[in-house]
Design a protein around this ligand. Structure first.
Ligand code: SF4
Ligand code: SF4
Length: 161
């Protein structure tokens, strides 16, 4: 196991910095250096008042196998959520009513989270899954000439994977 930090929860009071025996935690960069972490000694986890640190396994367990039919259904559902998110964002952009704008933004955010879960379930968001690499390569091939496509980010991700 090793420690990771959820920087959204971190309030930067630096307790983790003081308790870590190896100096693995860095509050400036928000990173915890996994190579210095002592097999998840938990001192930082227990010290953090914001519950921002947790332990994860060094090696992920293999993802549960899913049939092609199930994966396809999950992908279709994720695609429809992405379209709904786009519609919600359009409403947020066009409406002049502040309450409606707030609601549309909240809906878009919620749809994004649903979509991310669906992608994860269909095997595209776990770095250890081969499908992730195949998906990124496919997107690169299909969209590399499009101005909207984050080509550099995808190339970097492929390199990291
Ligand atoms: S102890 Fe928790 S809240 Fe404080 S800096 Fe570390 S991670 Fe952030
Ligand atoms: S689990 Fe222990 S060694 Fe690892 S970062 Fe936290 S305090 Fe440091």
């Amino acid at each position: 196991m090793h420690a990771v930090r959820n920087i959204r929860l971190c309030t930067k009071d630096c307790l983790c910095l003081f308790v870590c025996p190896t100096g693995a935690t860095d509050t400036e960069t928000g990173q915890i250096d996994a190579s210095k972490c002592l097999d998840g000694c938990r001192l930082c986890v227990d010290a953090c008042p914001s519950h921002a640190i947790f332990l994860i396994p060094k090696n992920y367990t293999p993802q549960q196998k899913k049939s092609e039919k199930t994966k396809q259904a999950l992908k279709e559902l994720a695609k429809s959520k992405a379209e709904q998110e786009r519609l919600a964002l359009d409403i947020a952009k066009e409406t002049t009513d502040p309450t409606e704008r707030q609601l549309a933004r909240a809906l878009a955010r919620s749809l994004r989270i649903l979509s991310e879960d669906l992608h994860r379930e269909s095997g595209f968001m776990l770095p250890q899954d081969e499908a992730t690499r195949a998906f990124l390569q496919e997107q690169l091939q299909k969209n590399s000439n499009s101005d909207d496509f984050p080509k550099e980010a995808v190339l970097r991700l492929l390199q990291l994977l």
